[in-house]
Design a protein around this ligand. Sequence first.
Ligand code: NAP
Length: 537
Amino acid sequence: MIPSNADLDFDAIIIGAGISGIYQLYKLRESGFNVRVFERGTDVGGTWYWNRYPGARFDSESYSYGYSFSQELLDEWDWSERFASQPEILRYLQYVADKFDIRKDVQFSSDVKSATYDEDTRSWEVGLADGSTYRSRFLITGVGILSQPTLPKIEGIESFSGQSFHTSRWPHSPVDFSDKRVGVIGTGATGIQTIQEVAKNVGHLTVFQLRPEWSAPLHNSKIEPDEMDAIRAGYDELFEHCTRTAAGFIHDVDPRNTFDVSEEERYEFWERLYASPGFGIWQGNFKDILTNPRANRAISDFIADKIRGRVNDPATAEKLIPKDHGFGTKRVPLETGYFESYNQDNVELIDISETPIQRITEVGVLTSEKEFEFDFIIYATGFDAIFGSYNRIDIRGVKGHSLKEQWEKELATFLGIQTNGYPNMFMIIGPHALAGNNPRSIEYQVNWVTELIRHMNELGLTRAEASVVAQDEWHDYVVEQGKDLLRNEVDSWQTGVNINLDGRQKRIVGMYSGGQPSYRRRCEEVARSGYRELNLK
Ligand code: NAP
């Protein structure tokens, strides 16, 4: 006999108290459900709790990133910068948690190790690292796509006698690098933010770069009170606008093709974008730069010339220009003085594609050329993205099948929210869901999942599982949408490639790319049909 929700510990268990978990808890509680969040950190914040490295900040405009669900919150919160820094973002999320009394239903320092579906009771049993277990009808993962850090597979990491940190496991108290010798491994978005900040006050900084990434200026600025008033007055329009753009950012792609316009007009447009704040150069560019190799080559050449113009030493400039992928085919790191850091006498760039790292030693880093001595080593080496946040939990669905093993064979979900074989488990920004400017996608998906749970509750239904057909169709749609995107031809976390994990070299289409409007349309169709594809029982 299937127990009622009241016979279980909770109606729903949420994993993670980041942006997804906070809002999912708020929404379900508002609808009268009994919910518990398990969070491995000691406070709310998720990504913004963990990533405390120097220079961490938004790459989306602050006011486009915050929650939109509460008018009071929008009225009360002032952003101080166009692209807020991590401490301000964390303060914001803590403010949200205080305002909506979020913490009373969050159990912190609680690492979820397993989640097992039981068909007889149509419920999930969630196991924590301390051995305790809890049962709920629904399991909702708010674990993000970039939350499981990866250290490089380099021998000797544990032998280093100085201090070392992965950027997303940064100490909670400030680290002073002045007069210190610092080595940074990794030059992705995180590395770039870290390097440009550490370079401001360091004894000597050595950057170990495998492959450079394209990067463009952030152009951050303070938000004055009258500007904040104007932003506040325009919030409705702004959030509405973000539902119409491809990835939920404020930037509209330009409807023209690169070669529709004269060379003069093209360069004038690109100069304007390069001088503008944020992702305009990436998301607001000509519509074909991310699909047409010739157009992509042209914008890449434009950005390469900018790098040459900013780095004094021509050999260093060439090293900083990517050769293996075009501009915008990875999420573009936004920088502030990153390239100029290399003009400092105390900053050096080591190209480890030429002189590979052989091992970490007691005193520093040994390359094929020499040994570098450091007080600190910073690993900005990224994440076991997309899969890692799920794989670290032993998730078992119908008949004990493992989600990890299933996704190793093929990554497939329905709307990025459900997976066949894992009834009543819902993912917020799961694989193949809408992502980009994540809070915009998160709010949408949380609302959708909440409506589904309310619907089931009203009808006394206790089981939802995406059909194989629906899942296959979504998988094929995601692959089809991504077919012409140059992004899917490049090795990166977005295509599931991670050199630091055994066996993760097979390139996949890891991300949905069909845009906000078509994602929302499909979700709404499913809801309107009474969630036919989820075989409600
Ligand atoms: P990432 O893009 O995966 O970059 C990792 C870096 O480490 C790359 O330069 C990589 O080199 C290098 N690396 C990895 N393993 C290595 C090894 N064994 N030896 C030497 N180098 C190694 O990770 P990330 O920089 O943390 O960024 C991930 C994503 O997080 C971004 O794309 C973005 O979506 C998000 N993010 C956002 C912000 C923001 O502004 N809001 C800030 C930071 C990150 P290769 O590329 O050559 O493999």
